[in-house]
Write a new protein. Structure first.
Length: 345
């Protein structure tokens, strides 16, 4: 597929600087510059480096005003680049047919254009909206509701009565609606607390491979519209994740925690139970938030236990000097003991 710079600029509402008739053969990134390809560049300091490559065109912010190569100026180069990735590599089209090898309960309701692949299981009372896809070996238990244009990849397990919104993506191996981890200790052992709620996933949520979202004890565990959840994330019962929040891999969120909207959580973050994270806050990688902690909106916290960014940096710096400080303390202690002996002599 080939297009001119001017044609591509029209697709992303960009402004052409230079030769708009230059032909583009493909799309790449600046780490892999290829002849005839287009990439995005946000750092003006790297412009000279990119001009020395065989790239045919660069998508840039308005602050980059001229170059030896054709430019397409846009406000958000990476967003425009993502749009062109979809143009050069269109999303896979599914046939809108139901495999005769799928197991579908008589009371299930599949809207027009639904794709169900071989060996998928769809239980009693399940509803699947127009254009959605249930791929091979996935399991939709009784009463599950799936919206329109949602893709459920292979080996996804969705327990009873879960609700999945429109235009969601559930990647392979994810488990939606397993029992929350609820027990009461008695002298005779652990007594299981029945988990009778469900999971509600709102529109345009993406759940990574092998992530798990547990059903509520009562009520709903809720994932807000547009949230993005990485691989290997555990979300416990009765958690609420706000709209457009991003949760990175290997994060664990304990029960009844509330995450605001547009929150960003780095990898391996750990939240104890009943934590509250304010809107637009950020938690650095491996941050540990203790039980009941409330983090205000629009703050950056790091470390374990979690602290505000500047305080956390000081703590990390002090930890790096702990061996040196211990050595100094030993020297001081030996000096004090020597002075004490001299005084008593």
């Amino acid at each position: 597929m080939t297009k001119t710079v001017a044609e591509l600029a029209g697709l992303i509402q960009g402004r052409v600087v230079g030769d708009g008739k230059t032909v583009i053969d493909g799309i790449t990134n600046v780490e892999r510059p290829l002849p005839g390809h287009i990439a995005f560049l946000e750092d003006p300091k790297r412009l000279g480096e990119m001009e020395a490559t065989p790239l045919a065109c660069l998508i840039v912010p308005p602050k980059i005003q001229s170059s030896k190569k054709p430019l397409i100026q846009v406000e958000q180069p990476k967003v425009a680049w993502a749009q062109l990735l979809n143009f050069f590599f269109p999303p896979r089209a599914f046939p809108g047919t139901v495999s005769p090898q799928a197991s579908i309960a008589p009371s299930a309701c599949l809207a027009p254009g639904v794709t169900v692949e071989a060996f998928a299981f769809i239980g009693e009372g399940v509803e699947v909206g127009t254009g959605s896809v249930v791929r091979a070996y996935s399991y939709l238990d009784q009463g599950v509701k799936v919206g329109e244009k949602t893709v459920i990849h292979p080996h996804v397990m969705i327990y009873e009565n879960a609700v999945i919104g429109n235009r969601c993506v559930l990647h392979a191996g994810s488990v939606i609606g397993a029992d929350g981890f609820g027990y009461v200790a008695t002298p005779q052992g652990q007594v299981k607390v029945p988990q009778v709620g469900n999971v509600v996933i709102e529109d345009e949520v993406e759940v990574g491979a092998c992530s798990t979202i547990d059903r509520a004890t009562v009520g709903s565990t809720r994932i807000g519209r547009g949230a993005k959840i990485d691989n290997l994330v555990q979300i416990a019962h009765n958690v609420t994740v706000g709209p457009h929040t991003v949760i990175s891999a290997q994060t664990g969120i304990s029960g009844s925690s509330t995450i605001g909207s547009f929150v960003t959580m780095g990898g391996r973050v750990g939240l104890a139970d009943h934590v509250e994270i304010g809107d637009h806050s950020m938690l650095g990688a491996q941050t540990g938030v203790p039980s009941g902690k409330k983090i205000p909106p629009k703050q950056i916290w790091i470390g374990a236990p979690a602290r505000p960014y500047q305080e956390g940096r000081k703590q990390i710096a002090a930890q790096g000097r702990s061996a040196e400080m211990l050595q100094e303390i030993r020297k001081l202690r030996a000096r004090v003991e020597e002075l004490e002996r001299q005084r008593q002599a």
